[in-house]
Design a protein around this ligand. Structure first.
Ligand SMILES: C[S@@+](CC[C@H](N)C(=O)[O-])C[C@H]1O[C@@H](n2cnc3c(N)ncnc32)[C@H](O)[C@@H]1O
Length: 281
């Protein structure tokens, strides 16, 4: 079973992203998610590989022309805007970070899609939308920030119309954390505002318990996690003082903290789930 560290609340997550959104965004071409390198000798930068991962998930939504899509944990809006540029859809994004709402709204305006794409500050644990008000929902790399993934999936199932599809991408644990790594993992999770990672084997049950029918689940971790962590490591090393300040870590200790986290991440053997599910008709 995944055990959540309860002290990390949506308010902590909001504060974390208010401080780190611009720095992460610079590293990943405006995205706040990992990249995807399905071909071994592809040297694309993180931003290109992150857009590729967004496109992979856009493909999983199916035909959504003319539909209304909810983007749970929308970040600074890059994936929602990319989705809206790829198809005639309406998108509503939610995030707990007011800074992200500002960045995302400005991006939608710059890209000429503000009439179809809007962003609101809201907690996905209690979505401020009526039942069955969306044709599709996607949640890109945000489930690991949720104190209760079961509650969020229940909310998603509630706002999805019958027959509507959910697409998720999430960093997961392939195996439970070993007892010897427990303290280091908790320190890392506090630093990255992660209450807990969901275990890979737990996902089908979570989806089913929310009243959704699992369609597809794949772990693409080998092509996503390690190369993304390396790319992020380079971005952090290029601006150590800025990242240390944003993480609230003493600049002199920052190298040690980053090295410990890199080591523990390898020990944790993280996977990366891409899944789709449907609300039954
Ligand atoms: C790693 S970022 C991913 C952002 C975006 N989906 C992307 O792929 O670029 C995680 C996002 O989840 C959002 N988030 C975390 N907890 C949330 C909650 N309880 N309710 C709404 N959004 C939340 C954060 O504010 C942030 O936008």
């Amino acid at each position: 079973m995944t055990t959540a560290s309860q002290e990390i609340s949506p308010d902590h997550v909001a504060d974390y992203y208010n401080r780190l959104t611009d720095l992460f965004g610079e590293a990943a071409g405006g995205n706040l998610h990992f990249g995807y390198w399905p071909h071994p000798h592809d040297g694309s930068p993180l931003g290109v590989a992150a857009d590729r991962l967004t496109d992979h998930l856009i493909g999983k939504l199916g035909d959504i022309a003319g539909r209304r899509v909810l983007d749970v944990g929308c970040g600074s809006g890059k994936p929602a805007v990319r989705l809206a540029l790829s198809a005639p859809v309406e998108v509503v994004g939610v995030t707990v970070s007011p800074v992200q709402v500002e960045r995302a709204t400005a991006l939608a305006e710059r890209e000429g899609v503000a009439d179809r794409v809007r962003f609101v500050c809201a907690d996905a644990m209690t979505l401020p939308f009526p039942d069955a008000s969306f044709d599709a929902v996607w949640a890109l790399e945000c489930m690991f920030h949720m104190p209760s993934p079961a509650q969020v999936l229940g909310e998603i199932a509630r706002v999805l119309r019958p027959g509507g599809r959910l697409a998720v991408m999430d960093v997961v644990l392939r195996e439970p954390v070993a007892a010897r790594d427990h303290d280091a993992v908790q320190r890392g999770r506090s630093m990255f505002a992660v209450p807990a990672h969901i275990e890979l084997a737990e996902y089908p049950r979570l989806i089913l318990s929310a009243g959704l029918r699992l369609e597809e689940l794949a772990d693409l971790g080998d092509d996503i996690v390690r190369p993304s962590m390396e790319a992020l490591g380079h971005a952090v090393s290029a601006k150590p003082a800025d990242f240390a300040a944003a993480f609230g870590v003493d600049a002199e200790r920052f190298d040690t903290v980053v090295a410990e986290w890199a080591q523990i991440t390898v020990a944790m053997d993280l996977g990366y789930v891409i899944l789709t599910a449907k609300r039954p008709d």
